[in-house]
Design a protein around this ligand. Structure first.
Ligand code: 6PG
Length: 249
C-alpha cells in the first residue's frame, strides 16, 4: 500500500515547538461546524508534550470538548491502570484534566476476554460511530490521526513483516506478538482505517529517531512508510530527528 499523496515534512526547532505545532494543527482540524469531530490518538513518547498542552491554556479554552471524540490507534493489552497503557498515558496527560463527557472517550477494551475480542469490540464501536456502510474517502472517519515512529519502523502496532500490515477488511486486529518492547499483546487499527482521515500527522522527535526516519523518508520498506491518508499526510519532526541533509541548509 502506497501513500496516495506525497507527504509533507515540517521541521521544527525542538520538542516544545513540536508539541505547539501539533496542538495548532489539532485545533484547526476539529474547528469545523459539524456536530462531531474525531481524533485518533497514539501512544509512545512522541505525543506526550502535545497531550499536556491540550489541557493547558490557551488550548483548554479553545477546544470544543463537547464535540470532540477521542479514539486510540493502538493499545497494549494490559489493564487500564497499567503504566504501559496508551490510554492511561493520554488520560493522565489531558483527558482526566478537563471537563469532558466520558462518552467522548473511546478506549480499546483491554479488559475484554482476549486481544481478539477487544479488536472486534473496537471495530464494532468504530463502525457505529461512523454509521452504516464501508469507509468512503469522501467522508473520512477521523479529522486527525496521530502516529508515532518506532525504532524498527513500526507505527501504531503495525510491526515489520506482520500479517496485520496487509489487513484490508478488518478495522482493528489483535497483535499477539509485538516486534519491539514492551512485549505485550496489542490491539491496533489497520492501515485502511487509519487512512480514513482528513489529516494523518506523524510526530517524531529526538536524535534516536533520526536513522529510522531517514530510512522511512527515503522510501525503505517499513510499516510507517506504508501508511497512507485519504487527506493530508504530514511528518512533523524536530531538528534532532530530521535527516542529516535537512541540516545542511
Ligand atoms: C505504542 C505506540 C507506538 C509508538 C511508537 C513510537 O503503543 O507503542 O502507539 O506505535 O508510537 O512505538 O514510540 P516512542 O515514541 O515511545 O518510541
Amino acid at each position: 500500500m502506497k501513500s496516495t499523496r506525497r507527504p509533507e515534512v515540517i521541521i521544527v526547532a525542538d520538542e516544545r515547538a513540536l508539541a505547539e505545532t501539533a496542538a495548532r494543527r489539532l485545533l484547526a482540524r476539529v474547528m469545523h461546524p459539524n456536530a462531531r469531530a474525531a481524533v485518533c490518538l497514539t501512544g509512545g513518547s512522541g505525543p506526550e508534550g502535545l497531550y499536556r498542552l491540550l489541557a493547558q491554556e490557551p488550548c483548554r479554552s479553545a477546544l470544543p470538548w463537547d464535540r470532540v471524540h477521542w479514539f486510540m490507534g493502538d493499545d497494549r493489552f494490559v489493564p487500564a491502570d497499567d503504566a504501559l497503557s496508551n490510554m492511561r498515558m493520554a488520560r493522565r496527560a489531558f483527558l482526566d484534566r478537563v471537563d469532558i463527557n466520558p462518552a467522548n472517550i473511546h478506549p480499546i477494551a483491554t479488559d475484554a476476554a482476549s486481544p481478539q475480542a477487544a479488536a472486534e469490540l473496537y471495530e464494532a464501536e468504530l463502525r457505529r460511530f461512523y454509521g452504516a456502510g464501508g469507509l468512503r474517502a469522501s467522508r473520512p472517519l477521523f479529522d486527525l490521526v496521530l502516529m508515532g515512529l518506532g525504532a524498527d519502523g513500526h507505527t501504531a502496532s503495525l510491526f515489520p513483516h506482520a500479517p496485520a500490515l496487509h489487513e484490508n477488511a478488518r478495522w482493528a486486529v489483535a497483535v499477539a506478538k509485538a516486534g519491539l518492547e514492551p512485549f505485550v499483546p496489542r490491539v491496533t487499527l489497520t492501515f485502511p482505517v487509519l487512512a480514513s482521515t482528513r489529516e494523518m500527522l506523524f510526530l517524531v522527535g529526538g536524535r534516536d529517531k533520526r536513522d529510522v526516519l531517514t530510512r522511512v523518508l527515503a522510501g525503505d520498506d517499513l510499516p510507517a512508510g506504508q501508511a497512507r491518508s485519504d487527506g493530508d499526510l504530514v511528518w512533523l519532526v524536530d531538528r534532532a530527528a530530521a535527516p542529516e541533509e535537512s541540516h545542511a541548509s
